[in-house]
Design a binder for this molecule. Sequence first.
Ligand code: PLP
Length: 391
Amino acid sequence: MIRFSDRANAISPFFAMAFSEKASALEAQGHHVIRLNIGEPDFGAPPPVVSAMQEVMEAAELPYTSALGLPALREGIARFYKHMHNLDVSADNVVVTAGASAALLLVSAALVNEGDTVMLADPAYPCNRQFIKSFGGKLQSIPCSADDRFQLTPELVRTNWNSRTRGIMLATPSNPTGTSVSPEHMQSILEFVKQQGGWRVVDEIYLNLSHDGNAQTVLAYDDEAIVINSFSKYFGMTGWRLGWCVVPDVMVPVMEKLAQNLYICPSTPAQHAAVACFTPESLTVCERRRDILVHRKNLVLQGLQDIGLSIDVTPDGAFYVYFKIAQFGLSSMEFCDRLLAEYHLALTPGNDFSESSGSDFVRLSFAASEHALEIGLHRLGQFVASLRCRD
Ligand SMILES: Cc1ncc(COP(=O)(O)O)c(C=O)c1O
């Protein structure tokens, strides 16, 4: 029998993905399943990127690129910061990765030593906990309440920081709540952590979908922060597996040798085609899509209100709504299992994101089509009505 590592045995499933598998099994039996469990925009890549990919595929050879990424793509990403945030970022500090996931993997490998403590918000993106633990780190997950829009505050960071805390990982806007840390709070948190000699990893994968008018990359005020981003969300390219991070000068060679060894380089054809993300035409398409997402958000918030589900916080960036279901006397896992099995609607249980209160919440992704959202809300309404009838 194969004996697996303690690391592999300790890892929890990513429930959002696990619910996709369950949804596929139901579809294979002929059921029509509405999938609002995954943060995956239904738009696909912008048309110029699709055309560029078709041309790339005509090329005879697609060799490995540099482990840090295709120079033209690193340049394009650097220009994107100028275009979106009026910020000068050098292409030399941009590392292209196989999705934000690989950026988080490399960064965790670069920063976390055995026994190091890393501060995170609870709720937060679940894989971060696994990355930290995989490199021997210890989690310092700080429960964040709806009063703080489920995000860390300067006070929470200050009061919980201790001599063993080595760094902090934040996401703004966040998954699963869709909420952002205000620039003032973020600045104060980063300044404090810097004073303590701690490293700062800020995941900005949803930043360019922000719609509260406040969106600003933290690179504007912390040039030693390590910033994560991706082509998955704003550019709608989840399956292309491309992301990036911006790292300080001293970290570039470290990231390079880690990427060389861990996966050599991100996909060559995807990188060539992604250069077309930064054309005016692609950016116009992506900006329009953000407006569509705002419309979908409003539709979902109204739908949830009509069903009588209360939402403690409304999202301002990422395409998720995180809402309470504790009043029905079911855990979020039971709620999601029954909703999928009986009404063929896939949501994600809050246990993915929060060890402290996840059983009380579920996450709905509104990155799906308006039609799917309408059917999904209808099914959710029927399920909730059936639970109320039982009382
Ligand atoms: C906050 C956050 N970070 C990282 C990722 C991973 O994204 P990618 O597809 O770029 O690997 C996700 C995916 O949902 C996410 O929500």
